[in-house]
Write a new protein. Structure first.
Length: 416
């Protein structure tokens, strides 16, 4: 289970809105998702229409139960929000958590121990943190592998963000834990010059920590919260829904690439072991016959030659599609796609005045069916489509897209 804490010391930045709708977006993508509310104000329950007077036990009861030697599993207090989304609600009792846990050993690990018990039951866990740095937030950090800091693109966006990231860094160092911290631009109003300038400043100062996705200002998000629904239920066609789907896909995409990296490393280590075994056999073949026989017996008895399991190969094959699509490698934008039967593949978009002939893709090898091209583009957001044997179509390996005036979809690439 991948645990993501939504953290910001400043209130009014859309932290709970991000928590609710990101968790809902994960569920819409087919991921088993748990939303944990660590804010005593219990806004997640309010935003999901969970009646406060019917919450008999909250995450507070689960967290302190271990210190009272009466452990409660978090599954006992969950509310079913959707097919793949469950909520661990908060209560005002959380405001007394720090006082109640005074003198308790490893009190900063209470949430981690609770989530470790159910790590095989969910794919993603989103933790909504209180707008303050205290024991509750420290618990969330200890339990998390990732942190998202939502920042509104208003006047005070830049002020304090560096200090916020510095505070998170200090907390992570104190806990001797490596956490991936990312900044999310939220409440972005493209109509205002200030918002555009602040977003540009954010990307300039925190480029390596900025998420590509931007959550735009959208009244539907506020309306959805007032009706106790995530945006995916309230208005599936809204811009807010599109933004959070893109955010979830970006987060999941990073996870898939990490898994692919681990699979490749695993296969590489096994291949190295196979190579080492082959070297030993080759070395023993140069020994006299009696010594070779003895060595062979020792090999059979003591060494099991590593094997590449079919499941691992299948898993690797299932990840190969991650190489396709569009990626930024240093300063170059690389387009890679798979069309085994195509005679020609071209790219048309904002960057070449929508002229396919200006950007043909080259076939890699004779029989691979892989096509690629690369180009250098200034930072910005570009729309494009692929032209396969004269037929215009959306890039099948790029999920970032928007509807065009012809009722079809343009693929989107953002250059940093």
């Amino acid at each position: 289970m991948r645990t993501i804490a939504i953290v910001n010391q400043k209130g009014g930045c859309g932290k709970t809105t991000v928590s609710i709708n990101l968790a809902s977006a994960f569920a819409e993508l087919g991921k088993r998702t748990l939303l944990v509310d660590m804010d005593p104000q219990s806004h997640c329950a309010v935003g999901l229409a969970v009646p406060e007077d019917q919450i008999e036990q909250s995450i507070y009861d689960v967290l302190i139960s271990r210190s009272r030697n009466e452990p409660i599993r978090v599954t006992e207090i969950l509310w079913q929000i959707g097919d793949r989304l469950e909520l661990a609600p908060a209560s005002i009792d959380l405001s007394a958590f720090e006082q109640q846990m005074a003198g308790i050993g490893e009190r900063e690990c209470a949430l981690k121990y609770v989530l470790d018990e159910i790590k095989d039951e969910f794919d993603y866990c989103v933790v909504d943190c209180p707008p303050a740095v205290g024991l509750l937030t420290f618990n969330a950090l200890r339990a998390s592998s990732d942190v998202i800091v939502p920042v509104e693109t208003g006047y005070f966006a830049l002020h304090g963000l560096s200090r916020q990231l510095e505070t998170l860094s200090i907390l992570c160092e104190r806990s001797n834990q490596k956490v991936n911290v990312k900044v999310l631009a939220s409440m972005y109003d493209i109509r205002t010059k200030m918002a555009r300038e602040i977003l540009a400043e954010l990307r300039s100062h925190f480029g390596d920590k900025m998420l590509r996705t931007t959550v735009n200002f959208n009244t539907k998000l506020k309306e959805a919260a007032s009706f106790g629904q995530p945006i995916f239920e309230y208005d599936p066609a809204s811009k807010g829904q599109s933004d959070f789907r893109s955010l979830a896909e970006e987060v999941v995409g990073c996870d898939i690439k990490q898994q692919r990296h681990e699979i490749v490393n695993s296969l590489s280590s096994q291949l190295e072991a196979i190579s080492a075994t082959a070297d030993e056999l080759l070395k023993s073949s140069r020994q006299p016959m009696p010594e070779r026989q003895a060595a062979a017996k020792r090999e059979i008895k003591d060494v099991e030659t590593p094997k590449i399991e079919k499941q691992q190969i299948a898993a690797l094959d299932s990840k190969l599609s991650d190489y396709y699509g569009v990626n930024q490698i240093n300063e170059a934008i690389v387009f890679v796609t798979l069309y085994p039967r195509a005679g020609s593949v071209q790219v048309a978009g904002d960057f070449n005045n929508w002229q396919p002939v200006a950007t043909p893709m080259e076939k890699v090898g004779d029989n691979s069916g892989v096509w690629q091209t690369k180009m250098n583009l200034p930072p910005g957001r570009y729309r494009y489509r692929l032209v396969v044997d004269g037929q215009w179509q959306q890039d099948p390996y790029n999920h970032h897209a928007e509807l065009n005036q012809f009722g079809e979809f343009n693929s989107i690439v953002e250059v940093k």
